[in-house]
Write a protein that binds this ligand. Structure first.
Ligand code: FES
Length: 121
């Protein structure tokens, strides 16, 4: 059975056992958030839950790691800081400059403050 998820209003297929991040990449979506300082695109990097580059909103839960979340039928995906309303319309905020960034996972925030823009070309 192929699962059906949505990302920014588009249908994304996923196979059982596939992570959200793997399903997005398989669908040709290589980035789904931007860095706060320079607005650079981010998606999968380590693929094992260490780097926090892959933060995404899953069914309204913000800042989840796409590489660790198993895909499921009916999942609604959005940018890392999307609200539930944005998930419905696909009109999420620009995550690079969104206010309220401080409630993200501390490790991700720390990674960016330590210059993740410079670490990943
Ligand atoms: S890709 Fe590194 S934590 Fe998900």
């Amino acid at each position: 059975m192929t699962y059906r998820m949505t990302f920014r209003g588009a249908e994304i297929p996923a196979e059982p056992g596939q992570s959200v991040g793997a399903a997005l990449v398989a669908a040709g979506i290589l980035d789904w958030r931007t860095t706060r300082k320079e607005g650079r695109p981010r998606g999968l990097f380590c693929g094992i839950g260490v780097c926090y580059d892959c933060l995404i909103t899953v069914d309204g839960a913000r800042a989840e790691r796409a590489c660790l979340i198993p895909a499921a039928d009916g999942m609604r995906l959005g940018d890392a800081l999307d609200t539930g309303d944005a998930l419905e319309t696909g009109d999420g905020p620009d995550t690079g400059d969104a206010p309220g960034d401080d409630d993200r996972d501390g490790a991700a925030q720390h990674a960016e403050e330590d210059g993740d823009d410079a670490a990943h070309p």
